[in-house]
Design a protein around this ligand. Structure first.
Ligand code: FES
Length: 255
């Protein structure tokens, strides 16, 4: 069930260049079911900035009624969010959208993420591991300074890192790593920039895949049409990334 709640900030810290990790507590956390769902946060109590910011969820702790988000502080809204500290409260709407279907993986899954698309894959990896699914993580970042959660992913499975400038791991994009890896997996899950999602789909046309799209959003609940994309079904068919997604089976969304 979607809730709106003033949640308490438990912890906020910078974990990489422009990247922040924020943990909040409240009953809304207990509504979270699927990895890959997101929340919509009002970053200021004033009317400016007016719109909420969609932030992805990196891990969920149902017992503690907490969840942790990871975001990049780059625009005015997220910079205001980065100024909040433990003890502050935050107006949160969520959980929103449909996440990754964990029940689709059978034995071994590839989790492929780029930049700020990496966080939802962490909760996904945890939930897949809990179901006995082996996860392999292929994560791309701009540079060493931008890398986060590498050790946490390593604790859950085989982890490969690519950086665009080659300052850490393989130089290039996640696709450079995919070219070197075996294809002995049954399902892939991916989240990141649209160009990366396209490349991943092209790499594995025969595999079952699920992609989480990053799209500009307004309302976050399916009411404003800001996030509409066309689909492969027909010329006139469209989906709303916020409420129909953000996760879709591979081959459905036209970007
Ligand atoms: Fe308003 Fe999707 S953001 S419909």
């Amino acid at each position: 069930m979607i809730k709106q709640e003033r949640m308490q900030i438990i912890k906020q810290q910078q974990i990489a260049h422009h990247i922040f990790e924020l943990t909040v507590k409240g009953t809304l956390a207990n509504e979270m079911a699927e990895p890959g769902q997101f929340v919509h946060i009002r970053v200021a109590d004033s009317f400016e900035p007016l719109l909420r910011r969609p932030i992805s969820v990196a891990s969920i702790d149902l017992e503690a009624s907490q969840f942790t988000m990871i975001y990049r502080a780059e625009g005015r809204g997220t910079q205001l969010l980065a100024e909040k500290t433990a003890g502050d409260t935050l107006d949160v709407l969520g959980p929103l959208g449909h996440g990754f279907p964990v029940e689709e993986a059978v034995k071994r899954a590839y989790l492929i993420g780029g930049g700020i698309g990496v966080p939802p894959l962490y909760e996904l990896a945890k939930q897949l591991n809990a179901r006995g699914i082996e996860t392999v993580h292929i994560l791309g970042f701009e540079s060493k300074q931008a890398v986060f959660y590498e050790d946490k992913f390593r604790e859950l499975g085989d982890t490969h890192i690519a950086t665009v400038d080659g300052s850490h791991g393989t130089q290039g994009f996640v696709t450079h790593i995919l070219n070197e890896l075996p294809t002995d997996f049954d399902t892939y899950y991916s989240c990141g920039p649209t160009a990366m999602l396209e490349a991943v789909q092209w790499a594995y046309p025969q595999k079952k895949g699920f992609l989480s799209y990053e799209q500009r959003m307004g309302c976050g609940i399916g009411a404003c049409f800001a996030c509409v994309c066309r689909t492969t079904k027909s010329e006139t068919d469209y989906i709303k990334v916020c409420s129909d997604g953000p996760v879709f089976p591979a081959g459905v969304v036209i970007t």
